[in-house]
Design a protein around this ligand. Structure first.
Ligand SMILES: [Ca+2]
Ligand SMILES: [Ca+2]
Ligand SMILES: [Ca+2]
Ligand SMILES: [Ca+2]
Length: 530
């Protein structure tokens, strides 16, 4: 059966929806339906597989009451145009426009595992239908206001300008869990720093954009950092900061201390964020206690974060407070403080990260703590990171600052343009690392290229020099990386300088930095212009 949300609907209803497409064939819809044959024709389907994609002319056909894939014929790449997108990772088929009479719909279909059968999970009008019951009318036609706490599942559609008013919370804290679904191409705005979106423990965000219809979260004028608060996820994955022997470590968030995060479930799932822009966010609630573009509090490894662009954040781009969450394909540009910041014992993963600082603002590319109060507290921060391209500016400080007891395993990273490339700070950080030539494996960096004003800065408490640490490890180089913008220029040593990471999360690649070569610009189309 074809399913619409949780309700089963008959194919006659679906056919009635799709019949209009046939009538209005002149419209530039991304799919059409012929009721005589039961065929849904999709002239251009992009099939996403990580950062690569393939293009097809595809058809679905109603057979025996089920929508089945009946044709998939390869066609040349057709980026930059309206198209259907199939995401192999989520098995979701996004049809941005199907025409029904005078109306146009977004349709989301889901491929059942191990079959060629699709079910319809959503049909949403592409024209404004008035505000749903969970929102109030906004100041201009076509806008709706979200406020307060939501204990039921809600879906934000691209036909509406969604306005966040104050702290908008999805779910209670591990109670009344809800799912916030955000459709491709949806725009969400905050009006001031105190307007933010918060996914609480036990609830989920399902923000699945597409390359041609990214989700956008932004401020009202899109001119400066701090126009709205930002996006916060809180989860039940392990964090540090509790007293020894505490069975369940939960801690309050620094900027909003009524909100707790952390738990005992490393695989906790806070949902999915893909092809999403988070722009002009950040809010200083108190000095040194801020909302970031994307704040990840105790978020677990069941969560998917991929193809996220944080631009012009007032504080950090992405900040992890503990947790185990992994991320792929991040673009962090013009960030006011640190592009990537962690503390409270983050043990997650990241691959393919572009960090590019503005000429006039920014602190560190990566600022890494275990815990500020107790540098040796467990679980100790020890993420795995690979394929980072970090481009600083003279106004910045360090490319990477490793301090307050943090561990980390870093591969295939290039750092350039900062006053200092790498600093290690604090005796606990040095002791945890071991000694050059006899490292513990807790703090490592291999197959990485650095080229800064000064490549190394030895912080207080040093028991070895950062230079000895870096040069004693395999594949590291201080030669000029030869970038053209953020991509490797022809002849760049980065393209042959990498080593694969032996871990299932990571794509098996052998280059240094976030991009394979001059043609591998996976930031195209879905990002904000930076
Ligand atoms: Ca911060
Ligand atoms: Ca910071
Ligand atoms: Ca900082
Ligand atoms: Ca920090």
């Amino acid at each position: 059966m074809v399913r619409l949300k949780n309700k089963q609907i008959g194919l006659s209803i679906l056919s009635a929806f799709m019949f209009g497409m046939y009538i209005s064939n002149s419209h530039a819809a991304s799919a059409t339906f012929d009721p005589a044959t039961g065929v849904v024709d999709m002239p251009v389907v992009e099939v996403l597989n990580g950062a690569s994609s393939a293009f097809f002319h595809a058809q679905l056909k109603i057979e025996g009451g089920v929508l089945k894939l009946s044709l998939a014929s390869p066609i040349p790449a057709a980026k930059g145009q309206e198209r259907v997108v199939f995401d192999s990772a989520t098995r979701a088929l996004h049809v941005p426009s199907i025409v029904v009479g005078a109306n146009e719909f977004y349709a989301k279909l889901q491929l059942a595992p191990g079959t060629s059968n699709f079910s319809v999970v959503q049909l949403a009008s592409n024209s404004f239908q008035g505000c749903p019951s969970f929102a109030t009318a906004g100041p201009v036609e076509g806008s709706c206001i979200l406020s307060g706490e939501y204990n039921q599942d809600i879906t934000l559609t691209k036909n509406t300008q969604w306005i966040i008013s104050g702290g908008v919370f999805i779910g209670g804290d591990n109670a009344n869990g809800a799912t916030l679904t955000i459709n491709p191409g949806t725009k969400i705005f905050g009006q001031q720093g105190a307007d933010f979106l918060w996914i609480r423990r036990g609830s989920k965000i399902m923000a699945e954009g597409t390359p041609d219809h990214p989700i956008v979260m932004s401020g009202p004028s899109q001119q400066a950092a701090g126009e709205w608060g930002g996006l916060v996820l809180s989860g039940n994955a392990p964090v540090n900061g509790c007293n020894a022997g505490v069975a369940l470590c939960e801690v309050p968030f620094e900027a909003v201390t009524s909100e707790f995060y952390g738990g005992n479930n490393p695989e906790d799932n806070s949902g999915l964020i893909k092809y999403t822009q988070i722009l002009f966010a950040g809010f200083a609630v108190r000095p040194n206690e801020e909302l970031n573009g994307l704040t990840l509090n105790g978020v677990g490894s069941g969560t998917i974060i991929a193809f996220v662009h944080v631009h012009e954040g007032l504080d950090d781009g992405v900040e992890m407070f503990g947790g185990t969450v992994g991320m792929k394909h991040l673009v962090l540009t013009n960030i006011g403080d640190d592009s990537l910041d962690w503390g409270s014992g983050w043990t997650g993963k990241a691959q393919f990260v572009l960090i590019k600082q503005a000429a006039d603002d920014g602190d560190r590319g990566i600022e890494a703590d275990n815990n500020e109060v107790n540098n040796d507290i467990a679980p100790r921060a020890k993420p795995m990171l690979s394929n980072i391209t970090m481009i600083g500016a003279p106004v910045a400080t360090q490319g990477i600052l490793l301090r307050r007891g943090t561990g980390a395993n870093i591969w295939n990273t290039v750092i350039t343009g900062f006053p200092d490339c790498i600093s290690i700070d604090g005796e606990a950080t040095f002791l945890n690392a071991g000694a050059p030539g006899n490292l513990t494996g807790e703090l490592t960096m291999v197959n990485s290229f650095i080229s800064c004003g000064s490549n190394f800065l030895d912080g207080p408490g040093a028991t070895f020099t950062v230079a000895d640490w870096f040069t004693s490890q395999s594949g590291n180089s201080q030669e000029e990386p030869l970038l053209n913008g953020f991509l490797p220029a022809s002849g760049s040593p980065l393209t042959l300088g990498g080593a694969p990471v032996n871990d299932a999360f990571f794509d098996n690649v052998d280059y240094v930095g976030a991009f394979r070569d001059a043609d591998d610009n996976w930031t195209e189309e879905w990002t904000f212009d930076f």
